[in-house]
Ligand binder design. Structure first.
Ligand SMILES: [Zn+2]
Length: 92
C-alpha cells in the first residue's frame, strides 16, 4: 500500500511525504511513532508539526511509490491542498 502524508506546516519546503508499507498502515505508523520510520517524519515530530495520512492507494506497490516520488508533485495528489477534488487519479 502506498500512502500520502500531509504536514500541517512546511518542513524544508516540503509539505508531503509518500511512503510504502506492506504490513498495513497501523503497524507502519507505530514504527514511525517509535522513531524508527522515515527521517522526515521524525523531524516533524521533533518540531511538533502535526501530520496525517490523507490518501491511500491500497494496491500501490513500491514501484508505484517510486513513480509518484519521481513526479515531484505530491501537492496535486493531496485532498487537503486540492479541496475541490481535482487531484490526479493515478490508480484505482
Ligand atoms: Zn497537502
Amino acid at each position: 500500500m502506498v500512502y500520502l502524508v500531509h504536514f500541517a506546516e512546511k518542513l524544508h519546503h516540503a509539505q508531503h511525504y509518500i511512503g510504502f508499507c506492506e504490513n498495513g498502515l497501523v503497524s507502519r505508523f507505530e514504527t514511525h511513532r517509535l522513531g524508527k520510520g522515515a527521517r522526515i517524519l521524525n523531524a516533524l515530530k521533533e518540531k511538533g508539526i502535526e501530520y496525517s495520512v490523507v490518501r491511500i492507494w491500497k494496491e500501490g506497490t513500491r514501484e508505484f511509490e517510486r513513480s509518484l516520488k519521481r513526479r515531484k508533485d505530491s501537492k496535486h495528489l493531496c485532498p487537503i491542498c486540492n479541496p475541490n477534488g481535482n487531484q490526479a487519479n493515478l490508480i484505482k
